[in-house]
Design a protein around this ligand. Structure first.
Ligand SMILES: Cc1ncc(C[n+]2csc(CCOP(=O)(O)OP(=O)(O)O)c2C)c(N)n1
Ligand SMILES: [Mg+2]
Length: 333
């Protein structure tokens, strides 16, 4: 008998058109340059509180966004700038929110860890580890009941796989064959705790078999491979064939938040190694080798995205803060 994991691998395909390849590239570059800008703003004390960057982790967020339909749902964690932006939220809305300005996605009242843009299907960033997995299953159930063929994609870290809600959500989704994709962005750390101290079996996809769903492991820094897995999982859900658990092995280049010193828990060599596996750089070479983009055009896209992030940051910085009366808007009881 084929294992669910083998079945999953057989239908995957890398981006098969230059247009899909370029969309993936641009999305990742936008995320990278927006986050670098966000870090600069943090150092200038313009981003209040902390923020969780995803330098080196962009491929999975971009891969799903390109593979998804506009009305599909995304649920992510506090490390959610990438996912929200990739679904189409504007840079000014994201940077404005990080700076607590009224032009922000939630009018400056949510901040970095709660980015939401319902209009773009980005149904929230959740700061309670694992809390959003049952919520994503619920959204998928709603789509199933309504017969809309929408898919919910839920992103979380390796640390979240050891929370009770992980088990409840995956079991429920498998029993009901819900159109949901569970994506573990496995960067090998929960803050400073390495994966070997978190779980006896570091291969998260192995757990899928226990729930009776498809499990797939992929190198999340290999953009064509990751995109293929994203696309197949979304299509499987849309065909009514149920959920998938993806273990995307990625490397976090930055520290856990913009505030902690990662040298306290990992070596300079390990950080340098993460930077060497930069998915954007690897994918740029892949596109150039295929003749889908010229090196100058890749550089032009990078310059355009950098300019866009700068302009968004400058504009947002000039915008007003929310006022006291705004505290009472967007509430329901
Ligand atoms: C229920 C709960 N417990 C603890 C925390 C504190 N906390 C914030 S981030 C984090 C680590 C999560 O690691 P992981 O799921 O691997 O995600 P990553 O930050 O690596 O993307 C923890 C324990 C929390 N926010 N929620
Ligand atoms: Mg982690």
């Amino acid at each position: 008998m084929r294992t669910p994991t083998e079945d999953a691998a057989k239908n995957t395909a890398p981006p098969d058109t230059a247009a899909a390849g370029l969309a993936l590239f641009r999305s990742q570059v936008e995320i990278r340059l927006l986050e670098k800008r966000a870090y600069d703003l943090f150092l200038q004390n313009l981003v209040k509180g902390t923020s969780h960057l995803s330098l080196g982790q962009e491929a999975v967020a971009a891969g799903f966004a390109v593979a998804m339909r506009g009305d599909d749902y995304t649920f992510c964690t506090y490390r959610g700038h990438a996912h929200t932006l990739a679904r189409g939220a504007p840079m000014v809305g994201v940077l404005g929110e990080l700076m607590g300005r009224k032009c922000g996605l939630m009018e400056g009242k949510g901040g970095s860890m709660h980015l939401t843009s319902v209009r773009h299907g980005a149904m929230g960033s959740y700061a309670i580890v694992g809390a959003h997995l049952p919520v994503a299953a619920g959204a998928a159930w709603s789509a199933q009941v309504r017969g809309t063929e929408q898919v919910a994609v839920c992103f979380f870290g390796d640390g979240a796989t050891n929370i009770g809600a992980f088990h409840e959500a995956l079991n429920f989704a498998a029993v009901w064959k819900l159109p949901v994709v569970f994506v573990c962005e496995n960067n090998g750390y929960a803050i400073s705790v390495p994966i070997r101290l978190q779980m006896a079996n570091p291969d998260v996809a192995d757990r899928a078999r226990g729930y009776g769903m498809v499990g797939v492991t992929v190198d999340g820094t290999d953009v064509p491979a990751a995109f293929a897995v994203c696309k197949e999982a979304v299509e499987r859900a849309r065909r009514g064939e149920g959920p998938t658990l993806i273990d995307a092995k990625i490397r976090r280049i930055n520290s856990h938040t913009s505030e902690d010193n990662q040298l306290k828990y990992r070596s300079k060599e390990e950080i340098a190694d993460a930077a060497e596996h930069d998915p954007i750089e690897r994918f740029r070479s892949w596109l150039v080798e295929r003749g889908w983009i010229a090196a100058e055009d890749a550089a032009r896209i990078q310059a355009e995205c950098d300019q866009e992030a700068s302009a968004a940051a400058d504009w947002a910085e000039q915008q007003p803060d929310p006022v006291a009366e705004d505290a009472l808007t967007h509430l329901f009881a």
